[in-house]
Design a protein. Structure first.
Length: 181
C-alpha cells in the first residue's frame, strides 16, 4: 500500500509514530485550527501594540526595536504552536507510541539510533548556519574553523539532541498484553 505524501508530511511534522488514519487526521485538524486561531489573535494584538509603541515617538533605535519584536514574535508563535498542537496531541495519545513490554527496548534503541544518526548532521547544519550569520566582513573559512564557532555548534548538539531523545523516549507507553491473563 502506497503512503500518500500528505500522510508522510503529517507523520514527519507532528511526529506520528504509527499509521495516519482518519481519527489522527481529525485530532490534528482540531489542534491545528485552534493553533491557527491562537496565532491569529496573538498577531492582531501584538501588531496593534507594536504599531502603537512605534508611532508614539518613544522609539529612537528602530533596528533594535525590530530585532526585539521579531524575537518576541517568533518565540510566541513557537510557544502557541507547542501549546495547541504538540501538548494537546500528546495528551490525547496521538503522538505517543504504544509498545508491548517486549518491544520497549527495541523502540528505545530505534529512537537512540535515529538521534545518533541525526546528531552529526545537525552539528554540521548548525555550524554552517551559525557561521554564515556571524561573518561580519571576515573570511568565511577563517570564521568557520574558529574555536568559538565549533564549540558553539558542539554545545548546541550536546544540549539539543539528548533533549530530543529523552522527549521521544517519554512518548513511549507500554501497554499490557490482555492475552496473558
Amino acid at each position: 500500500m502506497k503512503v500518500k505524501w500528505s500522510d508522510r508530511i503529517i507523520k514527519w511534522f507532528f511526529g506520528i509514530p504509527g499509521i495516519v488514519d482518519e481519527r489522527i487526521k481529525v485530532e490534528i485538524g482540531r489542534a491545528s485550527i485552534k493553533a491557527l486561531i491562537g496565532i491569529f489573535i496573538f498577531e492582531l494584538v501584538f501588531n496593534d501594540i507594536i504599531i502603537t509603541i512605534a508611532m508614539s515617538g518613544r522609539i529612537t533605535d528602530f533596528e533594535s526595536f525590530f530585532y526585539i519584536t521579531t524575537l518576541i514574535q517568533i518565540l510566541a508563535i513557537l510557544s502557541i504552536i507547542a501549546m495547541f498542537t504538540i501538548i494537546v496531541l500528546r495528551h490525547r495519545g496521538v503522538i505517543s507510541e504504544e509498545v508491548s513490554s517486549e518491544g520497549k527496548n527495541q523502540a528505545i534503541n530505534r529512537i537512540r539510533n535515529k538521534w545518533l544518526r541525526l546528531a552529526p548532521i545537525g552539528f554540521i547544519i548548525f555550524w554552517l548556519l551559525n557561521t554564515s550569520l556571524n561573518i561580519e566582513n571576515q573570511n568565511f573559512f577563517k570564521v568557520m574553523f574558529s574555536l568559538k564557532e565549533i564549540v558553539g555548534a558542539l554545545i548546541f548538539s550536546i544540549i539539543f539532541f539528548p533533549m530530543m531523545y529523552f522527549y521521544e523516549k517519554g512518548n513511549i507507553h507500554v501497554i499490557k498484553d490482555d492475552n496473558n491473563d
